[in-house]
Design a binder for this molecule. Structure first.
Ligand SMILES: Cc1ncc(COP(=O)(O)O)c(C=O)c1O
Length: 431
């Protein structure tokens, strides 16, 4: 890409040695249309606003993309931020890492997650954050960890590996969509004197059910246990505050609802847990000081202690641009939009014969992912039918025999796409 085609924007927030990321004229023109709309006082209930948001994404329009729970689409601002930073760095062959840059992006993430920048570590994905917590907690043979039967592989395999290696004991409960209280009761029944950790998803990968993590945190605290929250499905979608939830650690992906570059993640470790969750994989950046000759090692005072070695600076600059983009829209608008689309789908599905909805019907326990199956057609056949005839990208949920289809609804989706799914399902109901 020609350097001339980029122009500078948004100096604030990216005050790194290399200066602000460069955005292409086309990107800026699109952003300006959105900004003008916002400036004129038009509100986010106006479909024209969401059409302007949609045009910020290169995401192809022929296929309705309904798999943000798997991978989010990135807007042009994110792509430009990554490409321009990479172009600049390749001219000087430097990493581009600086304390100032690192902390300025963490401040954005902290504002979004409701914690302090010092409590955030960059990771490559949610799974890396989960591994840091799972392997860093001081657990011994016989210690019990409570989790659900609906874990994503990323929050199942690390704990299973620790069970195999260190003899910890996993105890499982099946999340109930009956009520939040029923889930608290199920956890309560599993707690014993040996319980050390409760590890649950904020929203399950299977049905998008939001678990009562604040109440679970209080329960864990009362029983002298730690709560780890797998937040892969909630950062950038739901509005929450980690300090208010009171969990001990939380991991998320940058590349789903946060619309960041693929290969980014965030790990939150509450300040008073930093000395408890041991940094296992360490190296450059993990330490405040070290001396090989005297044997001295002091870990970095912040969650940076969990980071090590060279990473891609452009990817994290891109993640910062993704968070800026969501903040421009406003998290309240983001969640209201995601909720409006997913609720419209749910309401439409309720009217179709042969449909069984697996996501909670109660709004308070629902995220923007709706999972359903049909009595008359196998879920994989239904998925192929919807892909081929209606050009819908859904996600099959084969985990623990759920055997259903999951649809994710984010800011680049539309009511037209909701109708397209409903039309397809109506036709499938007659097959
Ligand atoms: C609940 C949950 N945890 C963890 C992950 C893994 O995320 P990542 O690929 O960023 O490691 C996912 C991905 O879908 C998920 O849904």
């Amino acid at each position: 890409m020609q350097r001339r085609t980029f122009i500078n924007r948004f100096a604030g927030g990216f005050a790194a040695i290399l200066g602000a990321p460069l955005f292409r004229y086309e990107t800026l023109a699109k952003l300006r249309r959105l900004d003008d709309f916002i400036r004129r006082g038009n509100d986010a209930n106006d479909e024209r606003y969401w059409a302007l948001v949609r045009e910020q994404f290169p995401l192809a329009r022929e296929r309705a993309y309904l798999n943000t729970g798997g991978l989010g689409a990135s807007p042009y601002v994110v792509i430009d931020a990554v490409v321009s930073r990479m172009n600049e760095l390749e001219k000087i062959s430097e990493t581009g890492h600086s304390e100032q840059l690192w902390s300025s992006i963490k401040q954005k993430a902290a504002a979004l997650l409701g914690c302090d920048a010092e409590e955030i570590a960059y990771t490559r994905n949610a799974t890396e954050g989960i591994n840091i917590v799972c392997n860093g907690l001081p657990l011994k043979r016989g210690d019990e960890v409570i989790t659900t039967t609906h874990e994503h592989v990323g929050n199942a395999v690390p704990w299973l590996a620790r069970q195999k290696r260190d003899g910890i004991v996993l105890k499982l409960f099946e999340p109930s969509t009956k009520s939040a209280q029923e889930n608290l009761d199920r956890i309560e029944r599993l707690i014993s004197k040996r319980t050390r950790v409760i590890s649950v998803p904020h929203a399950t990968t299977t049905t998008g059910q939001v678990l009562p993590v604040k109440e679970i945190a209080a329960m864990a605290k009362a029983r002298n246990s730690w709560l780890f929250v797998d937040g892969a499905q909630t950062a950038g979608m739901l509005i929450f505050n980690l300090h208010d939830i009171g969990c001990d650690a939380y991991a998320t992906s940058g590349h789903k609802w946060l619309v960041g570059p693929k290969g980014t993640g965030l790990l939150y470790v509450r300040k008073d847990m930093l000395d408890i969750i041991q940094p296992i994989e360490v190296g450059a950046y993990s330490d405040k000081s070290h001396d090989l000759l005297t044997g001295e090692l002091t870990f970095h005072p912040t969650a940076q202690r969990y980071e090590y070695g060279t990473v891609s600076t452009p990817l994290f600059v891109g993640l910062g641009a993704g968070i800026d983009f969501l903040m421009k829209i406003g998290m309240e608008n983001v969640w209201n939009r995601d909720a409006a689309l997913s609720t419209a789908l749910l309401d439409g599905l309720k009217e179709i014969p042969n449909v069984e909805i697996l996501s909670p019907l109660n709004q308070a326990e629902r995220s923007a992912m709706i999972t359903f199956k049909m009595k008359n057609i196998d879920y994989l056949k239904l998925q192929s039918f919807l892909t081929e005839k209606y050009k819908l990208r859904t996600r099959g949920v084969g985990e623990v025999g759920v055997n259903a289809l999951r649809t994710s609804w984010h800011i680049y989706n539309s009511f037209e796409e909701v109708n397209r799914v409903l039309e397809g399902v109506r036709e499938a109901a007659k097959l």
